[in-house]
Design a protein around this ligand. Structure first.
Ligand SMILES: *Cc1c(COP(=O)(O)O)cnc(C)c1O
Length: 424
């Protein structure tokens, strides 16, 4: 499709967009009395209007029922997490028994590593991407130290080649082969938070398994953004947060995936708690832990219902929309944003460099743009003029035109504001 950098053209794309009405399902912050152009749904998604009712229901049940809400609330609390299994499994390409929701992301990765990182004197190394999200780096380093090992000779990072912004698949696969039978675990962010690069999770998982390692994924930037087939790819485990593309609110609960092939392996070590215990016998207060045979067997505490309620609102919305429709719009609006950036670049004779892969199989919603020659003042100008982006050192802005609530006209309008910000 050939795009045009005009308001009329953008409005025409909005008129053709079958998801356009979902924009009205969200609450937008305002700047100068106008809804912002919101590009930071990869950091904290906007609040869906329907969410408040889900939270109010819990507050009312608590007020009216007290402890009885565990069993007699309209959505009983004691098995509230089970409501996620079906819709969430569709979002991440899993069986319902393979997903659960609990805790927060980094905590869940720690819990999953307790099961899937069991270093032996021979097989102990962990492969991850260089410049991973800081929490992942700290998490992996501390796990290694917890096992009494030295991070320097245990953690193997896959580097970018000199002068390149993204990691090449062939380099990941070569590194897996090189580490070979010393490799215990591959743990990578499925979509890189900085560049927006999407990794070939199927190929990397297969290669990791061939080397005899477990393979897990941090899907913080992937859940609700890309097509995942975690079951078919034979991923051992994965976890994601719900507050980025999934709009469940600041710091909210995390989703987990544990492949069916591990459900009956009661020998896998885990850090257990009562909510992972055999559902029928959970309240018998027995002394010996008998895990639920499924992802729910990794549950620890009784559920934080007030944080699961907004997540459920979001999962219900994703279930209505479906990932296929979402991805179709995602690709079109991202391509339109890329076109707008290129047009403005020509008009202002600037030098934007999109560091996100151009190849559509390696990118999703996010474009990361290196603003050569521009500084933080441009970012500040955008913020003051109602364009919410995200600034990363040295001078990269990340733009996520989230398909559920961003419009094509937003992309056009952004281009105009950007141009003004540069030429003054
Ligand atoms: C956002 C993000 C996190 C955040 O982890 P929390 O435990 O929810 O604070 C972790 N890893 C990656 C890759 C992220 O993008």
């Amino acid at each position: 499709m050939t795009f045009q950098n005009t308001r009329e053209f953008a409005q025409e794309l909005d008129a053709q967009d079958i998801l356009a009405h979902y924009r009205n399902e969200f609450i937008f912050p305002e700047v100068n009395g106008k809804k912002v152009i919101y590009f930071t749904g990869n950091s904290l998604g906007l609040q869906p209007k329907r969410t408040k009712a889900y939270v109010d229901d819990v507050m009312n049940d608590w007020a009216n029922l007290g402890v009885e809400g565990h069993f007699y609330a309209e959505k009983p609390w004691w098995d509230y997490h089970e409501r996620f299994a079906k819709p969430l499994s569709k979002i991440v390409g899993a069986l319902p028994s393979e997903v659960t929701v609990m805790n927060t992301l980094t905590v869940n990765l720690h819990l999953l590593m307790a099961s899937f990182y069991k270093p032996t004197p021979k097989r102990y190394k962990i492969l991850c991407e260089a410049k991973a999200f800081p929490s992942d780096q700290y998490m992996i380093q501390s796990q290694v130290q917890f096992h009494g090992l030295n991070p320097n000779d245990t953690i193997v990072e896959i580097q970018r080649r000199e002068g390149e912004h993204n990691i090449r698949l062939e380099d990941v696969l070569a590194k897996i082969n090189e580490v070979g039978d010393e490799l215990a675990l591959v743990l990578i962010g499925g979509v890189n938070y900085y560049t927006g690069q999407v990794f070939d999770m199927k190929a990397i998982t297969e290669a990791g398994h061939k080397a005899g390692a477990y393979v897990g994924w941090d899907l913080a930037h992937a859940a609700g953004n890309i097509k995942l087939e975690l079951h078919d790819w034979n991923v051992d485990f994965a976890a994601w947060c719900s507050y980025k593309y999934m709009n469940s609110g600041p710091g909210n609960a995390s989703g987990c995936f544990i492949h069916e092939m591990h459900h009956n392996n009661t020998k896998l070590s885990r850090l257990a708690g009562w909510w992972g215990h055999n559902k029928e016998r959970r309240f018998k207060m027995e002394p010996v832990f008998d895990p639920v045979r499924g992802a729910d067997g990794w549950q620890v505490s009784n559920l934080p219902i007030l944080s699961l309620a907004p997540y459920l609102a979001s999962v219900d919305m994703f279930d209505e929309v479906g990932m296929d429709a979402l991805i179709k719009k995602r690709d079109k609006i991202t391509a339109y944003l890329e076109f707008i950036l290129q047009q403005i670049d020509l008009e202002v004779d600037s030098t934007f460099e999109i560091i996100t892969p151009t190849n559509s199989s390696e990118r999703a919603c996010q474009l990361s743009v290196f603003l050569h020659g521009e500084g933080r003042s441009l970012f500040d100008y955008l913020m003051k003029n109602g364009v919410i982006t995200d600034w990363r050192e040295p001078n990269v802005i990340r733009l996520a035109p989230v398909p559920l609530y961003c419009s094509f006209e937003d992309m056009y309008e952004f281009g105009q504001i950007l141009k003004k910000g540069i030429i003054g």
